[in-house]
Design a protein around this ligand. Structure first.
Ligand code: ZN
Ligand code: ZN
Length: 129
């Protein structure tokens, strides 16, 4: 689905800034923070402010368009891919990797309503080892 359609479906006005931010998030797999998104787009959108990026990402996350991740407990990172996948954070280089989870089997939640699923691993990535 096109970025504009995604926003319209959620009743969010597709302003240029919102479209650019969402396009950017969907094009990278680095799980950027607010300041990283800002730094990446400031050349293209000179009127952009950190507050705008923050509010836009918050709005997207509230509407399930992006995922907000609090992996390292300090910075919120944003993920343009909302399909279920796990995250691995390298404690040496800080890179957040996506990984596939093959068997998403759970036991003991049969009568529960699950609203979020997060899988976080941490350790040292193959590049740093
Ligand atoms: Zn690493
Ligand atoms: Zn991810």
């Amino acid at each position: 689905m096109k970025v504009i359609e995604v926003l319209q479906k959620k009743g969010i006005r597709p302003s240029i800034t919102r479209v650019k931010i969402l396009e950017y998030l969907r094009s990278v797999c680095s799980h950027p923070t607010v300041s990283e998104v800002y730094a990446a787009l400031i050349d293209e959108i000179p009127t952009l402010s950190l507050t705008t990026v923050y509010n836009t990402l918050k709005l997207f996350a509230e509407n399930g368009i992006v995922k907000a991740l609090t992996i390292d407990g300090t910075n919120i990172r944003y993920d343009g891919c909302t399909d279920f996948h796990g995250h691995f954070m390298c404690s040496q280089c800080g890179t957040v990797y996506d990984f596939e989870i093959s068997s998403a089997g759970e036991k003991g939640l049969e009568n529960f309503k699950v609203s979020t699923k997060e899988v976080f691993y941490s350790g040292v990535c193959s590049q740093c080892l």
